[in-house]
Design a protein around this ligand. Structure first.
Ligand code: CAA
Length: 271
């Protein structure tokens, strides 16, 4: 069996190659205390380390969600922040930003399944995931200005990337909360499902569709999209060409193209 570790503030469930990672601090609406940030860092490091042929690619996709039925994550931990000095705050932001970069780096798709509040650092954590599915109870927002703060876990970078500059500015300057329907209209979420159960089932179904594909290819595609995003077209295409080349170094590429020509189903080993 695969050991991805155990964590004070996270629940892990690995079923059929899909890891459900649940932030479990419902008494604080799953707010991102330094402990949660550290646990997320360790868990995603363990996931990344398991994504090799030798380790057997036990995780083919991750669903990131929150416990308790009320919140995905209600933000950075306001209680902890209240007494931070500026340099502590910078370190806090950098360590949480490190988690968001790691989520973008793990070579498997990560879906944020948002049921309830995804505010501030919670919205920013969801934005680091490959895409977001929401339940009808989801609420998104960047309420930092209500606290005399600004986004610190990537919101001023990734929210404009996801929804465009105008809507991102409006959300961040007003601190306004939006519901799932509005988030769908803005392109912040890919899908809205009626209930939590249907939300998790839909995320699982999508990851189940991806799981039998060549895992290195999925990982390279993720790397290409994330790496090229926001660059000038020519620079982005350079990244793409380099990763396209890398695909040709894999056994899976030989298997996939040969299987096509032999009119049989490909069987990918993940190497
Ligand atoms: N940090 C710490 N504790 C939090 C929290 C947070 N972000 N959000 C909620 N909690 C705690 C509350 O203090 C409360 O604890 P107690 O029971 O000990 O009082 C518990 O969770 C339940 O919360 P509420 O009683 O407030 O629940 P509610 O249903 O009345 O309201 C809510 C829900 C509207 C989400 C409200 O909790 C809220 O506004 N939370 C803060 C949201 C926020 O401002 N997030 C952004 C933080 S700043 C940030 O994230 C900076 C960044 O970009 C990195």
């Amino acid at each position: 069996s695969t050991d991805l570790g155990s964590y004070a503030t996270l629940e892990l469930d690995l079923t059929d190659g899909i890891l459900t990672l649940t932030v479990n601090r419902p008494q604080a609406l799953n707010a991102l205390s330094q402990q949660v940030i550290s646990d997320l860092w360790k868990a995603f490091t363990a996931i990344e380390d398991s994504c090799t042929h030798d380790a057997g690619w036990p995780v083919r996709g991750v669903i990131l969600t929150g416990a308790g039925g009320k919140a995905f994550v209600a933000g950075a931990d306001i209680r902890e922040m209240a007494s931070m000095e500026p340099d502590d705050a910078a370190e806090y932001a950098r360590s949480a930003q490190g988690v968001t970069l790691l989520i973008e780096k793990v070579p498997v798709p990560v879906i944020a399944a948002v049921d309830g509040f995804a505010l501030g650092g919670g919205c920013e954590l969801a934005l680091a995931c490959d895409f977001i599915y929401a339940s009808e109870a989801a609420q998104f927002g960047q309420p930092e200005v209500n606290l005399g703060l600004v986004p610190g876990f990537g919101g001023s970078v990734r929210l404009p990337q996801r929804v465009g500059l105008g809507p991102a500015r409006e959300l961040i300057y007003t601190g306004r909360r939006i519901d799932a329907a509005e988030a769908l209209r803005l392109g912040l979420v890919n899908r809205v499902l009626p209930t939590r159960q249907e939300l998790l089932a839909a995320a699982r179904a999508t990851l189940g569709e991806i799981a039998p594909k060549a895992p290195l290819a999925v990982g390279l595609a993720k790397q290409s999209i994330t790496g090229a995003y926001g660059l000038h077209t020519g620079q982005g295409l350079e990244i793409e060409a380099g990763l396209f080349r890398e695909a040709f170094t894999t056994e899976d590429m030989r298997e996939g193209t040969t299987a096509f020509l032999e009119k049989r189903k490909a069987s990918f080993a993940g190497k």
